[in-house]
Design a protein around this ligand. Structure first.
Ligand code: ATP
Length: 241
């Protein structure tokens, strides 16, 4: 196998009296989508935030993180983002009072030409709604804006947290199709509860349970094995079409 784009080793996170991650180790392959899965509250978001240096100061974090072969443990977030680690948080984080165009403009980075062609090519709606305030967009449109903002700049890896959460089925399909197009070019670590989306997009899967990695391997193998899937993810057959 080629060198992983992200290499997480023995990551442990304690915060507010709870030991959320207890030695998490896994690698993200440099092509395609790796799905990060697990029951509610197992620490998927915590894993992304720990990699990105976004946990609260009070959190006790140990372990090592490598990005494209270089150690990035405890580097500040802005530096990681400049190195090409793109993050789309679960809450989307768009500025509700600003327009779509203003939200995008704020994401532009000095010294890098913003790639509006890619963003508007994937999400034509963002061009149409350039002057609309982000707070008045639908959930799906806000998600597109959050993803678009990250895609304005060059990325070597995308960390995307539950992009289809709370979206209508038609919009889920739309967002998944756009992410699939992006993943053909940039590798992605994707937290996603919708297993139909995981099945469609992910080549590899990592499952966290009880603070540790309980499965790494082909996403298809995990989703085909109903009993294991049920035990690890707390879902039944009907949930993973
Ligand atoms: N800053 C914090 N302080 C205290 N507890 C926290 C903090 N951040 C997360 N937790 C707790 O850590 C656990 C893991 O949270 P996390 O959001 O990482 O889980 P998750 O797997 O992403 O869950 P979900 O699927 O619900 O989004 C939860 O029990 C959460 O309440």
């Amino acid at each position: 196998m080629s060198q992983p784009i992200l290499d997480i080793s023995d990551l442990s996170v304690k915060v507010g009296g709870s030991h959320i991650l207890q030695g998490v180790t896994f690698a993200v392959q440099p092509q395609g989508v790796t799905a990060l899965l697990g029951r509610n509250g197992v620490g998927k978001t915590t894993t992304l935030k720990a990699v990105l240096g976004l946990m609260p100061r009070a959190a006790e974090i140990t372990g090592r993180v490598g990005f494209d072969g270089a150690a990035i443990t405890r580097q500040p977030t802005f530096r990681l983002v400049r190195q090409g680690l793109g993050y789309v948080p679960e809450d989307r984080g768009v500025f509700a009072g600003l327009t779509v165009a203003e939200n995008l403009r704020l994401a532009e980075r000095a010294g890098t030409a913003p790639d509006y062609d890619t963003v508007h090519g994937l999400f034509p709606e963002l061009r149409k709604r350039a002057r609309q305030r982000a707070g008045t967009l639908s959930g799906g449109q806000q998600q597109m804006l959050a993803i678009g903002r990250v895609l304005l700049n060059p990325n070597r890896l995308l960390l995307i947290d539950e992009p289809t959460k709370g979206l209508a089925p038609k919009v889920v399909t739309e967002v998944a199709a756009a992410l699939e197009a992006v993943a053909a070019v940039v590798p992605m670590l994707l937290v996603e509860q919708n297993l139909a989306v995981v099945r469609r997009m992910a080549r590899h899967a990592v499952v966290i349970a009880n603070g540790r990695v309980a499965y790494t391997g082909a996403a298809g193998d995990l989703l085909d094995y109903t009993e294991k899937t049920k035990a690890l993810l707390g879902v039944g057959k009907g949930d993973h079409a």
